[in-house]
Design a protein around this ligand. Sequence first.
Ligand code: PMP
Length: 438
Amino acid sequence: RSAPERLDAFWMPFTANRQFKQHSRLLASARDMHYTTVDGRQVLDGVAGLWCCNAGHGRTRIIEAVSRQIATLDFAPTFQMGHPLPFVLAERLAAIAPDPLKHVFFTNSGSESVDTALKIALAYHRARGEGQRTRLIGREKGYHGVGFGGMSVGGMVNNRKFFGPMLPGVDHLRHTLDISRNAFSRGLPKHGAELADDLERLVQLHDASTIAAVIVEPVSGSAGVVLPPEGYLKRLREICDKHGILLIFDEVITGYGRVGNAFAAQRFGVTPDMITTAKGLTNGSVPMGAVFVSNAIHDAFMQGPEGVIDLFHGYTYSGHPLACAAALATLDTYAEEKLFDKALDIGAFWEESIHALRDLPHVIDIRNFGLIGAIELAPREGKPGSRAFDVFTKCFHDKDLLIRTTGDVVALSPPLILDKSHIGQIFGRLAEAIRETA
Ligand code: PMP
């Protein structure tokens, strides 16, 4: 395919090329619930940018905090030195994290948070004299970013297949979605918790004493918005506890209010040993990630395998002053506007509105949880591309609505500031687009 066609299919800014400067999908500015394109169209944001901008766009408090910070302290070296903001931010994050995850390691993205968590898991076991625990377990169709750790534990085929070899000693739990059993069920699927027992299969296969950690997204986004069946995460926790395996929740998309609590761990009532986050931490403004770990893991990791501080980990930009300023202003905004509660309050209307689309052509499932939504369309035979991608382009170009598509699924994750009229507009425009592309 030619480069413009590839751009149409994927739009990857890292391939940016002068010839695309006037492409009509370039975004020039953003405020609250809308983007403005370079050709002046106002586009309603149904996906918070990319699951990031939970407080909407162009928030004054964040703009001012970052502006003040760059004028005061633009950068501070990470090693041997520091500045006060990461400590202030760590306190604030500890206050919203579930017990006992009261320590944070700062990163610059979701991928880095995942790789950091996997490294911490390995070092933790070594520090406890269990250095044989090196195996990592992800899940089929999981997405954990593009670093070698995240790619290896991830299970999205296109994300992996050209980039091997992957990390050795990685295995994957079976995928948990069974549409035929759960089609159009609202909220979490009622069936399927027993799929977590697949972890016992891997424990038998590999021997529990070789397994360091299991990583899963509580709700996976990139696989097409896959919701855990009721009890699934709890069963995983029980099996991990039984065998001394660490459980990591990748909350890069679910973190910071999207499902009605600060973290999905709290909403599901299951506490992992680590939580990886990014995106909503700074409302998508300055890149930043954070890994939450328990006191025990923090202490073992920092002490190092031999009982002396001789391990090295950290990024030049860990705890960057601008990112910290952005994160603090973001957390203030979330708290002041009670946005996490709002995701729950408006959730019932969201659920009604999305399920009203069930009789549209080719719709084979609808899923919702918190302010997350997915509409799955029947796969199209004999023609390249998916229906969902056609719906995405129709929405963007003809309906001034930004959605996301992954495989045959239309995914939605609007800013938490939205009101009922925005929900009406999102589903009204989306319904038209689905009808017109049928
Ligand atoms: N984990 C999950 C669950 C994600 O959804 C993503 C990104 N969509 C990542 C990790 C990677 O984050 P980033 O793109 O910031 O590296």
